[in-house]
Design a protein around this ligand. Sequence first.
Ligand code: BGP
Length: 483
Amino acid sequence: MTTFPHGFLWGGAIAANQAEGAFDADGKGLSTADMVPYYKKKDYTNLKELMHVTSETIKRGMQHTSAEGYPKRYGIDFYHRFKEDIALFGELGFKVFRMSINWSRIFPNGDDAEPNEKGLQFYDDMFDEMHKYGIEPLVTLSHYEMPMSLVLNYGGWRNRAVIAFYEKYAETVMTRYRDKVKYWLTFNEINTTVIEPFTGGGVVEDTVDNIREASYQALHHQFVASSLVTRKGREINPEFRIGCMLARMIHYPATSDPEDVLQAQIDNQLNLMHTDVQARGSYPPFMKRYFADHNIQLVTEPGDELLLRENTVDFISFSYYTSLISTVTPEKYGVTGGNLFSTVKNPNLKITEWGWQLDPIGLRIVLKELYDRYQLPLFVVENGLGAKDKVEEDGSIQDDYRIDYLRKHITQVKEAVLDGVEVMGYTAWGAIDIISASTSEMSKRYGVIYVDQDDDGHGTLERKKKKSFYWYQKAIASNGADL
Ligand code: BGP
Protein backbone atom coordinates (compact mmCIF):
# COMPACT_ATOMS: atom_id res chain seq x y z
CA MET A 1 0.00 0.00 0.00
CA THR A 2 1.33 3.45 -0.82
CA THR A 3 1.11 5.61 2.25
CA PHE A 4 3.35 8.55 1.68
CA PRO A 5 1.52 11.16 -0.34
CA HIS A 6 2.52 11.94 -3.87
CA GLY A 7 5.08 14.75 -3.76
CA PHE A 8 6.31 13.84 -0.28
CA LEU A 9 9.51 15.79 0.26
CA TRP A 10 12.27 13.24 0.91
CA GLY A 11 15.71 14.59 1.56
CA GLY A 12 18.52 15.47 3.91
CA ALA A 13 19.50 18.37 6.13
CA ILE A 14 22.65 20.20 7.16
CA ALA A 15 23.56 23.56 8.66
CA ALA A 16 25.97 26.07 7.14
CA ASN A 17 28.10 26.43 10.26
CA GLN A 18 28.72 22.68 10.55
CA ALA A 19 29.46 22.03 6.89
CA GLU A 20 30.62 25.00 4.85
CA GLY A 21 33.92 25.86 6.50
CA ALA A 22 35.68 28.69 4.65
CA PHE A 23 34.97 30.81 7.69
CA ASP A 24 36.83 33.86 6.45
CA ALA A 25 36.45 33.43 2.70
CA ASP A 26 35.04 36.04 0.35
CA GLY A 27 34.28 38.63 2.98
CA LYS A 28 32.52 36.45 5.54
CA GLY A 29 32.58 37.82 9.09
CA LEU A 30 33.12 35.73 12.23
CA SER A 31 30.02 34.05 13.52
CA THR A 32 29.16 32.71 16.96
CA ALA A 33 29.66 29.14 15.72
CA ASP A 34 33.22 30.03 14.67
CA MET A 35 33.93 30.66 18.35
CA VAL A 36 32.95 27.22 19.58
CA PRO A 37 36.04 25.13 20.26
CA TYR A 38 36.64 21.43 19.79
CA TYR A 39 34.86 19.59 22.55
CA LYS A 40 32.45 21.67 24.40
CA LYS A 41 34.15 24.05 26.79
CA LYS A 42 32.23 26.37 28.99
CA ASP A 43 34.79 29.15 28.85
CA TYR A 44 33.26 30.72 25.77
CA THR A 45 30.38 31.88 27.91
CA ASN A 46 32.75 34.28 29.61
CA LEU A 47 32.76 37.51 27.64
CA LYS A 48 36.35 38.45 28.45
CA GLU A 49 37.61 35.08 27.39
CA LEU A 50 35.44 35.23 24.33
CA MET A 51 36.77 38.62 23.27
CA HIS A 52 40.31 37.45 23.90
CA VAL A 53 39.75 34.32 21.86
CA THR A 54 38.16 36.40 19.13
CA SER A 55 41.06 38.79 18.76
CA GLU A 56 43.60 35.97 19.05
CA THR A 57 41.69 34.10 16.43
CA ILE A 58 41.67 36.97 14.01
CA LYS A 59 45.43 37.29 14.46
CA ARG A 60 46.04 33.61 13.91
CA GLY A 61 43.62 33.32 11.02
CA MET A 62 43.81 30.19 8.97
CA GLN A 63 46.75 28.71 10.85
CA HIS A 64 44.41 27.52 13.52
CA THR A 65 43.82 23.93 12.51
CA SER A 66 44.85 21.78 15.46
CA ALA A 67 42.70 19.70 17.80
CA GLU A 68 42.58 22.74 20.07
CA GLY A 69 41.00 24.55 17.20
CA TYR A 70 37.56 25.33 15.97
CA PRO A 71 36.36 22.62 13.59
CA LYS A 72 33.25 24.50 12.52
CA ARG A 73 35.47 27.04 10.81
CA TYR A 74 36.55 24.33 8.40
CA GLY A 75 33.51 22.09 8.36
CA ILE A 76 33.72 19.58 5.53
CA ASP A 77 34.64 22.31 3.07
CA PHE A 78 31.12 22.23 1.65
CA TYR A 79 31.81 25.80 0.55
CA HIS A 80 34.13 24.54 -2.18
CA ARG A 81 32.64 21.09 -2.70
CA PHE A 82 28.91 21.70 -2.78
CA LYS A 83 28.61 20.76 -6.45
CA GLU A 84 30.07 17.33 -5.86
CA ASP A 85 27.89 16.86 -2.77
CA ILE A 86 24.68 18.05 -4.39
CA ALA A 87 25.36 15.66 -7.27
CA LEU A 88 25.36 12.86 -4.67
CA PHE A 89 22.08 14.18 -3.24
CA GLY A 90 20.72 14.11 -6.77
CA GLU A 91 21.83 10.49 -7.06
CA LEU A 92 20.06 9.74 -3.78
CA GLY A 93 16.90 11.08 -5.37
CA PHE A 94 16.42 13.95 -2.92
CA LYS A 95 13.35 16.04 -3.55
CA VAL A 96 14.42 18.60 -0.98
CA PHE A 97 17.66 19.66 0.67
CA ARG A 98 17.54 21.57 3.93
CA MET A 99 20.48 23.91 4.42
CA SER A 100 21.00 27.24 6.12
CA ILE A 101 22.31 30.58 4.99
CA ASN A 102 25.15 31.81 7.13
CA TRP A 103 24.09 35.31 8.16
CA SER A 104 27.71 36.45 8.50
CA ARG A 105 28.39 35.66 4.83
CA ILE A 106 25.68 38.13 3.85
CA PHE A 107 26.16 40.76 6.55
CA PRO A 108 29.66 40.12 7.96
CA ASN A 109 29.12 42.32 11.01
CA GLY A 110 25.37 42.04 11.20
CA ASP A 111 24.81 45.79 11.08
CA ASP A 112 26.53 46.56 7.75
CA ALA A 113 24.82 49.02 5.44
CA GLU A 114 25.17 46.81 2.37
CA PRO A 115 25.18 43.04 1.91
CA ASN A 116 28.26 41.16 0.79
CA GLU A 117 27.72 40.31 -2.88
CA LYS A 118 30.08 37.34 -2.84
CA GLY A 119 28.11 35.75 -0.04
CA LEU A 120 24.87 36.25 -1.94
CA GLN A 121 26.37 34.81 -5.10
CA PHE A 122 27.50 31.70 -3.25
CA TYR A 123 23.93 30.76 -2.32
CA ASP A 124 22.67 31.68 -5.79
CA ASP A 125 25.10 29.13 -7.18
CA MET A 126 24.07 26.58 -4.60
CA PHE A 127 20.35 26.94 -5.34
CA ASP A 128 21.03 26.72 -9.09
CA GLU A 129 22.93 23.51 -8.52
CA MET A 130 20.06 22.03 -6.50
CA HIS A 131 17.51 22.90 -9.18
CA LYS A 132 19.65 21.09 -11.78
CA TYR A 133 18.72 17.88 -9.98
CA GLY A 134 15.14 18.86 -9.26
CA ILE A 135 15.94 19.42 -5.59
CA GLU A 136 13.87 22.02 -3.77
CA PRO A 137 15.80 24.09 -1.21
CA LEU A 138 14.46 24.33 2.34
CA VAL A 139 16.30 27.27 3.85
CA THR A 140 16.87 27.95 7.53
CA LEU A 141 17.62 31.64 8.00
CA SER A 142 19.30 31.20 11.36
CA HIS A 143 20.80 27.88 12.38
CA TYR A 144 22.90 28.17 15.52
CA GLU A 145 24.90 31.18 14.41
CA MET A 146 24.81 34.94 14.12
CA PRO A 147 27.49 37.52 13.32
CA MET A 148 29.83 37.64 16.30
CA SER A 149 29.86 41.46 16.18
CA LEU A 150 26.20 41.47 17.15
CA VAL A 151 27.14 39.61 20.32
CA LEU A 152 30.11 41.78 21.17
CA ASN A 153 28.51 45.12 20.32
CA TYR A 154 24.84 44.53 21.09
CA GLY A 155 24.64 41.59 23.50
CA GLY A 156 23.03 39.22 21.00
CA TRP A 157 19.30 38.61 20.74
CA ARG A 158 18.47 40.03 24.16
CA ASN A 159 18.92 43.45 22.54
CA ARG A 160 15.82 44.49 20.61
CA ALA A 161 17.99 46.28 18.05
CA VAL A 162 19.00 42.89 16.63
CA ILE A 163 15.48 42.34 15.30
CA ALA A 164 15.97 45.03 12.67
CA PHE A 165 19.32 43.57 11.57
CA TYR A 166 17.79 40.14 11.18
CA GLU A 167 14.84 41.58 9.31
CA LYS A 168 17.14 43.33 6.88
CA TYR A 169 19.16 40.15 6.38
CA ALA A 170 16.01 38.08 5.83
CA GLU A 171 14.49 40.62 3.45
CA THR A 172 17.73 40.72 1.48
CA VAL A 173 17.91 36.97 0.94
CA MET A 174 14.18 36.44 0.48
CA THR A 175 14.14 39.11 -2.21
CA ARG A 176 17.26 37.82 -3.89
CA TYR A 177 16.11 34.18 -3.94
CA ARG A 178 12.38 34.80 -4.36
CA ASP A 179 12.26 32.67 -7.51
CA LYS A 180 14.66 29.99 -6.33
CA VAL A 181 13.43 29.17 -2.83
CA LYS A 182 9.90 28.40 -1.72
CA TYR A 183 10.34 26.82 1.74
CA TRP A 184 11.77 28.87 4.60
CA LEU A 185 12.36 28.33 8.32
CA THR A 186 13.01 31.39 10.43
CA PHE A 187 15.01 29.86 13.32
CA ASN A 188 16.45 26.42 13.89
CA GLU A 189 15.27 24.79 17.12
CA ILE A 190 14.03 28.08 18.52
CA ASN A 191 13.71 26.52 21.99
CA THR A 192 17.51 26.28 22.15
CA THR A 193 17.59 29.96 23.06
CA VAL A 194 16.37 29.19 26.57
CA ILE A 195 18.33 25.94 26.88
CA GLU A 196 21.67 27.11 25.49
CA PRO A 197 21.46 30.91 25.30
CA PHE A 198 24.78 31.41 23.49
CA THR A 199 24.12 28.83 20.78
CA GLY A 200 20.51 29.83 20.26
CA GLY A 201 20.53 33.53 20.99
CA GLY A 202 24.09 34.84 21.21
CA VAL A 203 23.51 35.61 24.90
CA VAL A 204 26.69 35.45 26.99
CA GLU A 205 25.82 34.15 30.43
CA ASP A 206 28.36 36.17 32.42
CA THR A 207 27.04 39.46 31.14
CA VAL A 208 23.57 39.17 32.66
CA ASP A 209 22.18 38.87 36.20
CA ASN A 210 19.30 36.55 35.47
CA ILE A 211 20.20 34.27 32.61
CA ARG A 212 16.72 32.79 32.44
CA GLU A 213 15.19 36.23 32.11
CA ALA A 214 17.77 37.25 29.48
CA SER A 215 17.09 34.07 27.51
CA TYR A 216 13.34 34.54 27.47
CA GLN A 217 13.87 38.16 26.47
CA ALA A 218 16.07 37.00 23.59
CA LEU A 219 13.45 34.42 22.67
CA HIS A 220 10.72 37.05 22.66
CA HIS A 221 12.77 39.10 20.23
CA GLN A 222 13.16 36.04 18.01
CA PHE A 223 9.41 35.46 18.06
CA VAL A 224 8.84 39.07 17.02
CA ALA A 225 11.55 38.83 14.36
CA SER A 226 10.08 35.59 13.05
CA SER A 227 6.63 37.17 12.71
CA LEU A 228 8.01 40.26 10.98
CA VAL A 229 9.91 38.11 8.53
CA THR A 230 6.93 35.85 7.93
CA ARG A 231 4.88 38.93 7.06
CA LYS A 232 7.63 40.35 4.88
CA GLY A 233 8.19 37.01 3.13
CA ARG A 234 4.54 36.84 2.14
CA GLU A 235 4.79 40.30 0.61
CA ILE A 236 7.91 39.34 -1.32
CA ASN A 237 6.36 36.19 -2.73
CA PRO A 238 2.88 34.99 -1.75
CA GLU A 239 3.92 31.49 -2.84
CA PHE A 240 6.46 31.20 -0.02
CA ARG A 241 5.75 28.60 2.65
CA ILE A 242 7.23 29.77 5.92
CA GLY A 243 7.59 27.54 8.94
CA CYS A 244 8.87 27.45 12.49
CA MET A 245 11.25 24.83 13.84
CA LEU A 246 11.27 23.20 17.27
CA ALA A 247 13.51 20.62 18.90
CA ARG A 248 10.60 18.51 20.03
CA MET A 249 11.60 16.85 23.24
CA ILE A 250 8.68 14.79 24.39
CA HIS A 251 8.61 14.07 28.10
CA TYR A 252 7.11 10.89 29.49
CA PRO A 253 6.32 10.64 33.19
CA ALA A 254 8.70 8.29 35.00
CA THR A 255 5.79 6.68 36.85
CA SER A 256 2.01 6.94 37.08
CA ASP A 257 2.41 9.01 40.27
CA PRO A 258 0.34 12.13 39.48
CA GLU A 259 3.28 14.27 40.62
CA ASP A 260 5.41 12.78 37.85
CA VAL A 261 2.56 13.08 35.37
CA LEU A 262 2.11 16.73 36.25
CA GLN A 263 5.85 17.32 35.91
CA ALA A 264 5.82 15.73 32.45
CA GLN A 265 2.90 17.94 31.48
CA ILE A 266 4.76 21.05 32.62
CA ASP A 267 7.92 20.03 30.75
CA ASN A 268 5.91 19.36 27.60
CA GLN A 269 4.09 22.67 27.91
CA LEU A 270 7.39 24.51 28.24
CA ASN A 271 8.65 22.84 25.10
CA LEU A 272 5.44 23.37 23.13
CA MET A 273 5.00 26.99 24.20
CA HIS A 274 7.33 27.89 21.32
CA THR A 275 5.03 26.38 18.70
CA ASP A 276 2.03 27.77 20.60
CA VAL A 277 3.40 31.27 20.02
CA GLN A 278 4.43 30.67 16.42
CA ALA A 279 1.44 28.62 15.28
CA ARG A 280 -1.39 29.89 17.49
CA GLY A 281 -0.10 33.43 17.76
CA SER A 282 0.15 34.05 21.49
CA TYR A 283 1.88 32.94 24.67
CA PRO A 284 -0.10 30.18 26.39
CA PRO A 285 -1.69 31.30 29.68
CA PHE A 286 0.52 29.12 31.89
CA MET A 287 3.58 31.15 30.89
CA LYS A 288 2.28 34.05 32.97
CA ARG A 289 2.71 31.99 36.11
CA TYR A 290 6.03 30.59 34.91
CA PHE A 291 7.43 34.07 34.31
CA ALA A 292 6.20 35.25 37.72
CA ASP A 293 7.61 32.18 39.52
CA HIS A 294 11.01 32.71 37.91
CA ASN A 295 11.19 36.41 38.37
CA ILE A 296 11.12 37.08 34.65
CA GLN A 297 9.88 40.46 33.55
CA LEU A 298 9.59 40.38 29.82
CA VAL A 299 9.98 43.74 28.10
CA THR A 300 7.55 43.90 25.20
CA GLU A 301 6.23 46.63 22.94
CA PRO A 302 2.56 47.47 22.37
CA GLY A 303 2.44 46.13 18.82
CA ASP A 304 4.01 42.76 19.64
CA GLU A 305 0.84 40.96 20.59
CA LEU A 306 -0.98 41.80 17.38
CA LEU A 307 2.07 41.08 15.27
CA LEU A 308 2.43 37.58 16.74
CA ARG A 309 -1.27 36.90 16.33
CA GLU A 310 -1.46 38.03 12.71
CA ASN A 311 1.66 36.36 11.39
CA THR A 312 1.61 32.72 12.35
CA VAL A 313 3.42 30.07 10.35
CA ASP A 314 2.24 27.96 7.39
CA PHE A 315 3.68 24.74 8.75
CA ILE A 316 5.49 23.34 11.75
CA SER A 317 8.84 21.67 11.40
CA PHE A 318 10.78 19.94 14.11
CA SER A 319 13.77 17.80 14.95
CA TYR A 320 13.29 14.51 16.68
CA TYR A 321 16.11 12.45 18.13
CA THR A 322 14.97 11.17 21.48
CA SER A 323 12.36 11.17 24.20
CA LEU A 324 12.94 12.32 27.77
CA ILE A 325 11.64 11.39 31.21
CA SER A 326 10.10 13.72 33.78
CA THR A 327 9.99 13.01 37.48
CA VAL A 328 9.88 14.87 40.76
CA THR A 329 12.39 12.38 42.23
CA PRO A 330 15.29 12.29 39.75
CA GLU A 331 17.68 11.09 42.44
CA LYS A 332 16.04 7.67 42.24
CA TYR A 333 17.24 7.15 38.70
CA GLY A 334 20.40 7.18 36.61
CA VAL A 335 20.98 10.04 34.22
CA THR A 336 21.77 9.99 30.52
CA GLY A 337 22.14 12.89 28.14
CA GLY A 338 23.35 14.63 25.09
CA ASN A 339 23.63 18.18 23.89
CA LEU A 340 20.82 20.44 25.00
CA PHE A 341 19.42 18.01 27.55
CA SER A 342 20.03 15.39 30.14
CA THR A 343 17.35 13.10 31.43
CA VAL A 344 16.77 10.24 33.77
CA LYS A 345 17.05 6.91 32.01
CA ASN A 346 14.08 5.21 30.46
CA PRO A 347 14.57 1.50 31.28
CA ASN A 348 12.65 0.57 28.13
CA LEU A 349 15.02 2.26 25.73
CA LYS A 350 18.55 1.69 24.47
CA ILE A 351 20.94 4.62 24.17
CA THR A 352 23.43 5.74 21.51
CA GLU A 353 27.14 6.08 22.17
CA TRP A 354 26.38 9.69 23.12
CA GLY A 355 23.64 8.78 25.58
CA TRP A 356 20.66 9.71 23.41
CA GLN A 357 17.73 7.39 24.00
CA LEU A 358 16.44 5.59 20.93
CA ASP A 359 12.68 5.82 20.64
CA PRO A 360 11.15 5.52 17.15
CA ILE A 361 7.60 5.22 18.49
CA GLY A 362 8.09 8.59 20.16
CA LEU A 363 8.25 10.10 16.67
CA ARG A 364 4.76 8.83 15.88
CA ILE A 365 3.49 10.13 19.21
CA VAL A 366 5.00 13.55 18.50
CA LEU A 367 3.54 13.73 15.00
CA LYS A 368 0.06 12.83 16.25
CA GLU A 369 0.27 15.21 19.18
CA LEU A 370 1.46 18.19 17.10
CA TYR A 371 -1.21 17.60 14.50
CA ASP A 372 -3.93 17.27 17.12
CA ARG A 373 -2.79 20.47 18.72
CA TYR A 374 -2.30 22.71 15.69
CA GLN A 375 -3.91 21.07 12.62
CA LEU A 376 -1.07 22.39 10.52
CA PRO A 377 1.12 20.47 8.07
CA LEU A 378 4.19 19.00 9.74
CA PHE A 379 7.71 18.55 8.42
CA VAL A 380 10.28 16.26 10.05
CA VAL A 381 13.38 18.30 9.24
CA GLU A 382 15.89 16.48 11.46
CA ASN A 383 16.15 12.88 12.54
CA GLY A 384 19.19 10.65 12.47
CA LEU A 385 21.74 8.60 14.33
CA GLY A 386 25.08 9.99 15.47
CA ALA A 387 27.52 7.06 15.42
CA LYS A 388 31.16 6.19 14.82
CA ASP A 389 31.70 4.56 11.43
CA LYS A 390 34.48 2.25 10.34
CA VAL A 391 35.89 2.16 6.84
CA GLU A 392 36.54 -1.49 5.95
CA GLU A 393 39.64 -2.63 4.08
CA ASP A 394 37.69 -2.75 0.85
CA GLY A 395 36.65 0.87 1.41
CA SER A 396 33.03 0.10 2.27
CA ILE A 397 31.14 1.40 5.31
CA GLN A 398 28.70 -1.16 6.69
CA ASP A 399 26.43 1.06 8.75
CA ASP A 400 23.56 -1.34 9.33
CA TYR A 401 22.85 0.42 12.66
CA ARG A 402 22.03 3.61 10.76
CA ILE A 403 19.79 1.77 8.32
CA ASP A 404 18.03 0.20 11.27
CA TYR A 405 17.54 3.62 12.89
CA LEU A 406 16.23 5.27 9.74
CA ARG A 407 13.98 2.33 8.86
CA LYS A 408 12.38 2.29 12.31
CA HIS A 409 11.81 6.03 12.40
CA ILE A 410 10.50 6.34 8.86
CA THR A 411 8.16 3.43 9.61
CA GLN A 412 6.71 5.49 12.44
CA VAL A 413 6.26 8.48 10.13
CA LYS A 414 4.37 6.13 7.84
CA GLU A 415 2.18 5.02 10.73
CA ALA A 416 1.44 8.64 11.57
CA VAL A 417 0.47 9.29 7.96
CA LEU A 418 -1.94 6.35 8.22
CA ASP A 419 -3.25 7.94 11.43
CA GLY A 420 -4.25 10.90 9.29
CA VAL A 421 -1.40 13.26 10.11
CA GLU A 422 -0.44 15.65 7.31
CA VAL A 423 3.31 15.23 6.86
CA MET A 424 5.01 17.31 4.17
CA GLY A 425 8.38 15.63 4.20
CA TYR A 426 11.30 14.05 5.96
CA THR A 427 14.90 15.28 5.83
CA ALA A 428 17.44 12.99 7.46
CA TRP A 429 20.12 14.67 9.52
CA GLY A 430 22.82 15.21 8.26
CA ALA A 431 22.75 13.47 4.80
CA ILE A 432 26.52 13.83 4.70
CA ASP A 433 28.90 13.67 7.70
CA ILE A 434 29.47 17.12 9.19
CA ILE A 435 30.85 18.60 12.41
CA SER A 436 28.69 17.86 15.47
CA ALA A 437 26.76 20.85 16.76
CA SER A 438 27.17 19.98 20.42
CA THR A 439 30.70 18.59 20.66
CA SER A 440 32.41 19.85 17.48
CA GLU A 441 33.48 16.27 16.82
CA MET A 442 33.78 14.88 13.31
CA SER A 443 33.51 11.31 14.55
CA LYS A 444 29.88 11.73 15.59
CA ARG A 445 28.63 10.92 12.12
CA TYR A 446 25.06 11.16 10.84
CA GLY A 447 25.48 10.99 7.09
CA VAL A 448 24.69 8.37 4.51
CA ILE A 449 27.75 9.87 2.78
CA TYR A 450 31.06 9.45 4.59
CA VAL A 451 33.62 12.25 4.71
CA ASP A 452 37.26 11.33 5.25
CA GLN A 453 38.23 13.62 8.10
CA ASP A 454 39.05 12.93 11.76
CA ASP A 455 38.41 14.95 14.92
CA ASP A 456 41.73 16.76 14.49
CA GLY A 457 40.75 17.96 11.05
CA HIS A 458 43.04 15.50 9.24
CA GLY A 459 41.92 13.60 6.16
CA THR A 460 41.46 13.88 2.43
CA LEU A 461 37.83 15.08 2.69
CA GLU A 462 37.01 12.45 0.10
CA ARG A 463 33.32 11.48 0.02
CA LYS A 464 32.27 7.80 0.10
CA LYS A 465 28.84 6.20 -0.12
CA LYS A 466 27.91 4.22 2.97
CA LYS A 467 25.70 1.14 2.85
CA SER A 468 22.89 3.40 4.13
CA PHE A 469 23.26 5.52 0.97
CA TYR A 470 21.90 2.70 -1.16
CA TRP A 471 19.22 1.88 1.37
CA TYR A 472 17.96 5.48 1.53
CA GLN A 473 18.11 5.80 -2.26
CA LYS A 474 15.81 2.77 -2.54
CA ALA A 475 13.49 4.08 0.18
CA ILE A 476 13.10 7.37 -1.66
CA ALA A 477 12.70 5.78 -5.10
CA SER A 478 9.83 3.66 -3.75
CA ASN A 479 8.28 6.66 -1.98
CA GLY A 480 8.73 4.86 1.33
CA ALA A 481 7.18 1.56 0.25
CA ASP A 482 10.48 -0.31 0.30
CA LEU A 483 12.09 0.28 3.70
C1 BGP B 1 20.24 19.52 16.45
C2 BGP B 1 20.81 20.65 15.63
C3 BGP B 1 21.74 20.24 14.56
C4 BGP B 1 22.47 18.96 14.79
C5 BGP B 1 21.73 17.89 15.54
C6 BGP B 1 22.58 16.76 16.06
O1 BGP B 1 20.02 19.95 17.74
O2 BGP B 1 19.81 21.42 15.04
O3 BGP B 1 22.52 21.33 14.20
O4 BGP B 1 23.80 18.96 14.79
O5 BGP B 1 21.04 18.42 16.63
O6 BGP B 1 23.32 17.19 17.16
P1 BGP B 1 24.86 16.90 17.34
O7 BGP B 1 25.52 17.39 16.12
O8 BGP B 1 25.26 17.66 18.54
O9 BGP B 1 24.97 15.45 17.52
